[in-house]
Design a binder for this molecule. Structure first.
Ligand SMILES: [Zn+2]
Ligand SMILES: [Zn+2]
Length: 256
């Protein structure tokens, strides 16, 4: 399998970077996972969206889905035959929000005539050609699902946005690569008790990768702060091995 980082920035944008957007390629499929602001501009440097088999969205925060609005403008303003439309797989229960978003940008049919919209059910694996993508519910401020992607004997797991939770063990389990958010510099930046947590410190990403048995850990969704060395060092200490930082525009081999 291959992972390409189109964007990694959290909601408060890092200079010159797109928000969350990752290409997963394997099993004869190419899937865009998350589509935050700036991601489409990075995508079209490499691929026409027709070269995607699907777009899959982890949750309805702007930094993970707002460029769906932009993606629509790649297509002409006429209805595309249903079977030719790009498959867009949204989180369960998001249809009304998407309709609100469409109305908010001036056309309730903004998405309908060019995308094949569907929701996943929160647990059943999506089969996209030979690529299997299993949603795993994480702990976040809104309903959010990370994904375990498997193809060609490789396993790539993506936490999406999450606080510390049992799902991380599940995601890290036997992952050839765990792509983990590490959005916090300190716990002061997360929800304060008694509110449930919604993001991870780098050290927490490292601890999760270690306890779940991930073979490789890559941090993403970091706030702009130098080259991320501070996060890498903290995560590596907890993980017990070297940790990578997801670099925009880089492609990584996952598994053999
Ligand atoms: Zn986010
Ligand atoms: Zn979020």
């Amino acid at each position: 399998m291959r992972l390409t980082v189109l964007g990694r920035s959290p909601a408060s944008p890092n200079p010159g970077e797109a928000c969350a957007g990752y290409l997963f390629e394997g099993g004869g499929a190419r899937v865009l996972v998350d589509i935050g602001p700036g991601v489409v501009a990075q995508l079209v440097r490499r691929h026409h969206p027709d070269e995607l088999d699907a777009v899959v969205v982890s949750h309805m925060h702007a930094d993970h889905m707002l460029d769906l609005v932009t993606l629509r403008y790649v297509y002409p303003w006429r209805a595309i035959p249903k079977e030719q439309r790009l498959r867009v797989i949204m989180p369960p229960g998001s249809a009304d929000q998407l309709l609100d978003l469409a109305s908010g940008v001036g056309n309730a049919r903004h998405f309908e005539d060019c995308f094949r919209l569907a929701e996943h059910d929160g647990s059943t694996a999506l089969a996209i050609a030979g690529l299997s993508i299993s949603p795993i519910r994480t702990q976040h401020f809104v309903p959010c699902w990370g994904f375990r992607a498997e193809a060609d004997g490789g396993r790539l797991a993506y936490t999406a946005d999450t606080g510390p939770c049992a799902a991380l063990d599940d995601l890290a389990d036997a992952a050839d690569l765990l792509l983990s958010e590490a959005t916090l510099r300190s716990l002061d930046e997360d929800a304060l008790p008694p509110e449930p947590r919604g993001h991870l410190l780098p050290a927490e990403a490292g601890a999760a990768a270690r306890s779940g048995g991930a073979k490789r850990l890559m941090l993403t969704h970091l706030p702009a702060d130098g080259n991320g060395d501070w996060a890498r060092v903290q995560a590596a200490e907890a993980y017990g091995a070297d940790v990578e930082i997801a670099e925009p525009a880089r492609t990584y081999q996952v598994g053999d």
